[in-house]
Design a binder for this molecule. Sequence first.
Ligand code: UD1
Ligand code: CA
Length: 459
Amino acid sequence: MKMAAIILAAGKGTRMKSARAKVLHPVAGKPMLCHVVDLIARLGIERTCVIIGHQADAVREALSGRPVDCVVQSEQRGTAHAVLQAEPALRDFSGTILIVNGDTPLLTEVTLRRLCDVHQARAASLTLLTAQVAQPFGYGHIIRDAGKIVRIVEERDATTAEQAISEINTGVYAADARFLFSAVAAITPDNLQKEFYLTDIVALATQQGVLVADVLADPDEILGVNSRADLARAERIARERINARWMAEGVTMLDPATTRIDAAVTLAPDVTLHPGVTLSGRTRIASGVTLYSCRINASEIGCNVVVKDHCVIEETVIESDAVIGPFAHLRPGSVIRRGAHVGNFVEIKKSALGEGSKANHLTYLGDAVIGRGVNIGAGTITCNYDGHEKHPTIIDDNVFVGSDVQLVAPVHIGARSTIAAGTTVVRDVPPESLAISRTPQLNKSGWKRKKRVPPNETK
Ligand code: UD1
Ligand code: CA
């Protein structure tokens, strides 16, 4: 079957009360519109027109890299008017056009295939995807006569009796191209909103006596996001689906309700997620990893890594068997090599911590390259910033850095050296040496604190 698609995404989304175009609001970390576009791509449809208008540049930018044609609807005069904008681009196309609203991120491939199959099998001019919903408020209501769909009435234009009809229009249609464009051109804005309603093609089809078929969808799939409350519902449903999928793939979740995994994340079998895990961006988690409550964005976590509670990890690579946290902050550009340990209250930025090395307590490592088998003592700080520029710290293999050391960058510590506790390192340290900078300790024997007199008291 020859197929094209039109995705409607030009509207402002007034009910969202947002500076951002509605279709760009993310669900499971991905703009709603991209969910729809990616779904259409999976159907193997040759040509897809996305109708853009409100914040056209931002929408086009969000779609960059995806094989679609963007067509601008400069004035948003309704969904039929939006479809009409695609006509020049699809003038030479004959076949079936699938129309989908850009604000229905939960639609599935199975349902759209079923819609297309029914449309073709029945040789219909128009096939509607409808749903029976518990709360039909806000949708177009399906009016049937002797079982046949004869028209759609929008919420605002409906009578009280029509508003009670629980079968609704999902905004997804399969239509014969020739019928579609002739019908859309005949639509007039005779309604309370004075808009050109695409839904009026149903009444036109009825008048013309052409066949209108229909397919019933699962109510969870067709949720149209018009408000922040809808967005939260879509988010919940999307997350439940994602979690169910990963559990089926062998991931343990102690509390799926508090486990948030974005669409682009991948997990291997035998990963264990404790309550309160948030994974976003293109994060990849290898097998055997255990994550306690933490937030990980765009990072790669190797086999058997353990991330303890309250860690924030961004754009970082952690190799196998490393142990992180609790309370660690790994910032972009960091690499934690195999078997390394990062303990509590440690911040690492754009640094590599070598194989088996340890930074277990209260440390800042920025712009540092640290070799293997290095011990970073409690309270160690790389002084990487001089107020103007950032400078590197290089620590070679098997160095022992004692507690409370400041490494004033740029500085290089040679292999197997020892930095004594409390040292401020301002010069390079050669290999196999001891660096120590300390004020000699003075003990004054017999020295007593002056007795303090509490206020309001006399001796
Ligand atoms: C629409 C349907 C309604 C259906 C519901 C399903 C119409 C008239 N109504 O209502 O029957 O139940 O979807 O979710 O079609 N858009 C444009 N250009 C415009 C206007 C809208 O591109 O001029 C786009 C919007 O960006 C949006 C989509 O079309 O992605 C639907 O518009 P929206 O205003 O959300 O329609 P609903 O009121 O939800
Ligand atoms: Ca809508």
